[in-house]
Write a protein that binds this ligand. Sequence first.
Ligand code: ADP
Length: 269
Amino acid sequence: QTENTDKKAIDIRMKVIKHKLLVLSGKGGVGKSSVASLLTYSLAARNKKVALLDVDICGPSIPKLMGIEGLPVVNSEAGWTPLKPRSPGHQNIAVMSVGALLANSDNSIVWRGPRKTNIINRFLKDTFWGRQDFLVVDTPPGTSDEHLSVVEALSGSCKPDGAIIVTTPQDLSVDTVKREINFCLKMGIKILGIVENLSGYACPCCEEITEIFKSEGGIKLANQYNIPFLGKIPIDTNLGYCAENGKCLVCDFPNSSSTKSILDITDKL
Ligand code: ADP
């Protein structure tokens, strides 16, 4: 009964969000959350209204990346009010993360499956998302309870448009990416494409890209599974600076090569 009521409430919230994208990666540290936040900023730069939901319950990094750390989540009659990034000019962005509900960002959560499902459902149904062009969902690395919960919550009429898989050139020999691909195939989630992050090094002076690993693995993997290759994002010191300080790379470093990459990737979606 409760599950049915939850699902109906989720469907009502999701009905007014045109597109839903999942961001996945086989393992941690490949830049999945960075790509999710960059995608949010670049969609907003393309005049889209974007919501970003962080379901990485045990290791949320979106609050820091989006500069919402320490901002209080207000509960109004319409539901939890999503947070706006602190840096100015982001009225088109709405963010929600379990990290925003923790009193201290150093606190961590160790929850079992059902509690995770419960908070994910609450995020989807109790947040006052309003009308949005996109909902970007940042998931934990691998395929876990959180992925199943999101896919179940977003089934039927509010099915995601698809998933973006983030990887690195070195990650490609590992089976982890293939596991993500298989998860999507099994769950009937379309794979929108692969993004290869930390792909080469962007010189801070001239933006020239130095290839560090010449594997072309992202393209090879995309070809092998017949899925689109969306593009490469280089190691960019500006991106590291923005991530540490909750700033927007797309706005503050419009000419950096990683900004160009993410805008190019966004335009392919
Ligand atoms: P994941 O979500 O896969 O665990 P994160 O997005 O949290 O990874 O990124 C891990 C670290 O790598 C962060 O400190 C982030 O700032 C940094 N990082 C990610 N992508 C890049 C990049 N292209 N250039 C520079 N630093 C990056």
